[in-house]
Design a protein around this ligand. Structure first.
Ligand code: FES
Length: 156
C-alpha cells in the first residue's frame, strides 16, 4: 500500500493565533506514489473524502483514450482528466447520491467498463472514471492536485 503523509504531519502545533494553519493542514494531502505498482490502486483521504489513485496499465490507458465522445453521458477526453496518463486521480464519490464505488480492492467488481462500479443503484465508470451506464449523471470528479516530485502528488 502507498505511504501516505498528510500535511498535518508537518505542522507541529497549530499556532492558536493562526487558525488557518489547522485549516491548511486539512486542505492538502501529499501522497508518495512510488510504492504503487502498475495496475494497482490505492485510496487516500482528502478533506474527509476518499480519493482513488490508479496507476493505470497501458491497456487501461488505451481503452480510456479510444472511447468515442458520443458514447459518453458526460463527454470528456481522457487527456483532460489526467496530468500523466499513467496516473488517474479521482474523488471516490459516486456522482449519483454519493456512495463510494467499488473497484479499489482486489476482487471487487469494477463494472462493465473496467473502472469502478457503484452498487447503490448500479453506476458503471470506465478506466478514466467517466460514467458509462447507470443513474449517475457525471464523471467521477478529478480533484485539484499537482506533482511536487516525479512520483509525489499534492492533492488540494
Ligand atoms: S449512489 Fe452510486 S449509483 Fe446511486
Amino acid at each position: 500500500m502507498g505511504v501516505v503523509a498528510t500535511g498535518a504531519a508537518v505542522w507541529p502545533l497549530a499556532d492558536s493565533m493562526n487558525p488557518s494553519a489547522e485549516v491548511l493542514a486539512l486542505a492538502s494531502t501529499e501522497v508518495d506514489l512510488s510504492p504503487v505498482a502498475e495496475g494497482q490502486r490505492i485510496s487516500v483521504f482528502w478533506r474527509g473524502k476518499p480519493v482513488f489513485v490508479d496507476r493505470r496499465t497501458a491497456e487501461q490507458i488505451k481503452a480510456a483514450e479510444e472511447v468515442p465522445m458520443d458514447e459518453l453521458p458526460d463527454p470528456q477526453l481522457d487527456e483532460a482528466r489526467v496530468q500523466k496518463p499513467e496516473w488517474l486521480v479521482l474523488v471516490g464519490v459516486c456522482t449519483h447520491l454519493g456512495c463510494i464505488p467499488l473497484g479499489q480492492k482486489t476482487g471487487e467488481p469494477r463494472g462493465e467498463y473496467g473502472g469502478w462500479f457503484c452498487p447503490c443503484h448500479g453506476s458503471h465508470y470506465d478506466t478514466s472514471g467517466r460514467i458509462r451506464k447507470g443513474p449517475a449523471p457525471l464523471n467521477l470528479e478529478v480533484p485539484p492536485y499537482s506533482f511536487v516530485e516525479d512520483e509525489v502528488i499534492l492533492i488540494g
